[in-house]
Design a protein around this ligand. Structure first.
Ligand code: NDP
Length: 387
């Protein structure tokens, strides 16, 4: 029997790659219950019709002009509350969570509370609300399968588990982004276009800028620490510009394992769609000699203030990762709109972390409250030019 799937963020980079696999390699395995987008109706309709999706949901109601909608057999809905309903539907077995930022927190939590398997690309929901997500996973019998490539690699290296009892240390790799090799003073006037131009990965705007500042790697260290139950101090990151090695597990006996595949998210998505079976063949191996080896360099934290701030926030309690993440999202969107410089992104985050007093959240509502207050604080810093 086919499993039911919902793809949240079907029109984005991860979402489109998922849709591609669903309409090819996995066409006989899944029935598409729902696809969602934020504003992009055109692509949503194209994907939804190709997969015969029961529902298509546009999160932002102002994007939908119902009288002008084209003909489709799917049910069209608009509003984020319908996404929250979709992830809990009985016919949905697997939720692919591929929307960026804290917008994913509520739906991810509700999916886990409904006992669903969640293929999780969104790292921010773990960074901001990881303990609550893991608690819901355990209590209601759901399962998180990480599809962030580094975390998916660790999960695979642990034979589809998140059990860390035999691990001494974890290493995740960072490509270094488009400004690898540059000094901080050379980044004063970089444009959004330059910062979005990632050398090895094709990703949405938030994660692309996070890769350029290396905030992405900082968030991933927090994510790995929560998902695999490892202290932050035992997780490090190395620069690996080719992005072929994604993660290394260093075992307690002194040996290490690593996972290597080309820098394409289809490997991790394929793994999650195949789970618990062995991943399907999506690419034939062309080069297994790895002649010339792999280039790995030490990551100099002084060059990447966002990475350093993230690691520090991960070590703190009192909701610091939520504040970090929310202020980063505000800073990134202001940078993309040309309102602040690239080098001001860490300043916004640092000042918000210093200025906000927060406590450890007891539930998802408190997470969302801290997130919202941090956004307001960071926005005000920018508006009043206090950075
Ligand atoms: P994109 O920006 O490419 O796509 C985002 C998707 O989510 C789109 O479908 C978009 O709709 C929708 N969306 C955006 N904002 C909202 C919102 N507020 N409410 C509901 N839907 C929304 O993102 P990516 O695919 O690059 O990334 C998705 C997540 O996966 C991120 O958390 C990222 O960190 C993570 N990730 C991504 C990787 C990649 O290679 N892209 C690698 C590893 C992790 P619309 O098209 O209408 O805007």
């Amino acid at each position: 029997m086919k499993k039911g799937i919902a793809v949240i963020g079907a029109t984005g980079s991860i979402g489109k790659q998922t849709v591609r696999l669903l309409s090819s390699t996995f066409s006989n395995q899944y029935k598409t219950i729902g696809l969602t987008s934020n504003n992009n109706i055109k692509n949503l309709f194209a994907h939804g019709d190709s997969l015969n999706s029961e529902k298509m949901i546009v999160a932002n109601p102002s994007s939908v002009a119902f009288p002008t909608l084209q003909q489709t057999n799917s049910k069209i809905l608009s509003g984020k509350e319908y996404i929250n309903d979709l992830v809990q539907e009985e016919s949905v077995d697997l939720v692919v969570m591929a929307i960026p930022g804290t917008a994913a927190i509520e739906a991810t939590y509700l999916a886990l509370k409904a006992g669903k398997v969640v293929a999780l690309a969104n790292k921010e929901s773990i960074v901001a609300a990881g303990e609550l997500m893991l608690k819901a996973e355990k209590q209601y019998g759901g399962k998180i399968i990480p599809i962030d490539s580094e975390h998916n690699s660790i999960f695979r290296l642990l034979n589809n588990s998140r059990e860390s009892k035999n691990i001494a240390k974890l290493t995740i790799t960072a490509s270094g982004g488009p400004f690898l090799g540059k000094k901080i003073h050379e980044l004063q006037n970089v444009t959004p276009k330059e910062a979005l131009n990632h050398p090895s990965w094709s990703m949405g705007p938030l994660v692309s800028i996070n890769s350029a500042t290396l905030m992405n790697k900082g968030l991933e260290i927090i994510e790995a620490s929560i998902l695999f139950g490892m202290p932050i101090e035992k997780i490090d990151s190395v620069i690996h510009p080719e992005s072929k090695i994604h993660a290394m597990v260093h075992w307690k006996d002194g040996a290490s394992s690593m996972l290597v595949n080309p820098p394409r998210m289809s490997y991790a998505i394929n793994h999650a769609l195949s789970y618990p079976e062995y991943p399907r063949l999506i690419s034939t191996l062309k080069d297994t000699s790895f002649e010339g080896g792999f280039k790995l360099h030490k990551l100099d934290e002084k060059l990447y203030p966002c990475y350093k701030l993230a690691k520090e926030a991960g070590l703190e309690e009192n909701g610091h990762p939520i504040v970090l993440n929310a202020s980063n999202e505000i800073a990134v969107s202001n940078f993309l709109e040309g309102k602040i410089k690239f080098t001001q992104i860490p300043k916004v985050i640092e000042k918000t972390l210093i200025g906000m007093t927060s406590k450890n959240p007891k539930d998802i509502n408190e997470v969302l409250m801290i997130d919202n207050e941090s956004r307001l604080f960071a926005s005000d810093l920018i508006k009043t030019k206090k950075i």
